[in-house]
Design a binder for this molecule. Structure first.
Ligand code: AHM
Ligand code: MG
Length: 340
């Protein structure tokens, strides 16, 4: 690789900022901070298989350090890095009951707040399948100079300034979106930097893959069952059924959907009327990113990004991915949507 051609995440965000004379560089700094925390998480993810050798959660490893569960480590690392930075007034995490306000002078003067799912798909750690961190950045609505408030964290997705994820897979990548574009950065381990590898990502208009936990089919409504039959048998788009792929790690399933096209669904069902995935930590950031890449995201009856959250940990059904596939899914599911 010709290293002179590498553009790091930091260089890229600074170049982007130059296009906006009023920009202060705080958003760039925040993305760098999130990138730093994720590099630290990545280091631990790479060692996950050694935990049995070095000691499990609650035990002490050979260096005398206490072992922490990876999701706890990821959460604490993100909080510590963002608290240390000058650019974040507070956070909300899937792992914490309530938001955390960084109540010091510098944090109170920052204009952004961050929400995150520190380690999404954590049940996949034991089997070496990809996992990820998902993040959202909002401009706060409370006055700058005061501590942030709950209202800052209950903004609809259409108010997002930036959102993205880091995937800990066969390589480690950060993909983030602003309203302008979606860009992917691969971690170059020898220099420890995320480097631009996937500029201006666009989700293909059509795809050939559907992704859903089909083991829950008995709990799906009639409309969704009809759509799944369409995916398996009646889809004549390519003269063959769609392929089914489901990793069970949203970041990994979304990353494939973004790059190859397709549809990812986590619907409501008879035992979970609002689905499983969290609006603020999973659905909104992915919906924002997908829209910026030319795809769409729906909760089944409207745009995910228009939901005004009423609580931090609320859930939402999601249908997301290639525009024509999501539109077709909504057309079929809305035609007959009674719970079976
Ligand atoms: P988590 O945040 O506790 O890891 O749960 C979210 C994960 C998503 O990554 C994934 O899409 C989904 O749960 C899989 O759920 P299921 O096993 O019900 O199919
Ligand atoms: Mg999650």
């Amino acid at each position: 690789m010709n290293t002179r051609k590498l553009i790091t995440l930091d260089e890229f965000t600074i170049q982007e900022t130059r296009q906006f004379p009023q920009a202060t560089g705080e958003l760039s700094a925040l993305l760098r901070d999130i990138g730093l925390a994720c590099k630290m998480i990545n280091k631990q993810v790479l060692k996950a298989g050694l935990v049995d050798i070095l000691g499990k959660h609650g035990a002490t490893n050979v260096q005398g350090e206490e072992q922490m569960k990876l999701d706890v480590y990821a959460n604490e690392t993100l909080i510590a890095v963002l608290k240390n930075s000058n650019d974040c007034a507070g956070i909300a995490s899937e792992e914490n009951d309530d938001h955390v306000c960084f109540d010091d002078e510098y944090s109170a003067n920052s204009k952004y707040i961050v929400l995150f799912d520190p380690l999404d798909g954590s049940s996949n750690i034991d089997v070496n399948a990809p996992i990820g961190t998902i993040f959202s950045i909002y401009r706060r609505v409370s006055p700058i100079g005061t501590p942030c408030t709950k209202e800052d964290f209950l903004q609809p997705g259409n108010k997002l300034m930036a959102a993205g994820y880091v995937i800990y897979g066969s390589s480690t990548m950060m993909v983030y979106a602003t309203k302008l574009s979606v860009n992917g950065f691969t971690l170059e381990p020898s220099i420890g930097e995320f480097c631009l590898s996937h500029p201006n990502l666009r989700c293909p208009e059509k795809g050939k893959i559907y992704s859903i936990n089909q083991g829950n089919s008995c709990k799906y409504d009639a409309g969704l069952k009809t759509y799944l039959e369409y995916c398996m048998e009646n889809n004549k788009a390519d003269g063959r059924p769609y392929s089914h792929r489901y990793i069970g790690s949203m970041v990994a399933d979304m990353h494939r959907t973004l790059i190859k096209g397709g549809i990812f669904m986590y619907p409501a069902d008879s035992s979970s009327p609002k689905g499983k995935l969290r609006l603020q930590y999973e659905c909104n950031p992915m919906a924002f990113l997908m829209e910026a890449a030319g795809g769409i995201a729906s909760h089944g009856a409207g745009n995910i990004l228009d939901i005004v959250p009423t609580e931090l940990h609320q859930r939402s059904p999601i249908f997301i991915g290639s525009k024509s596939m999501v539109e077709k899914a909504l057309e079929i599911t809305n035609a007959t949507a009674t719970v079976a």
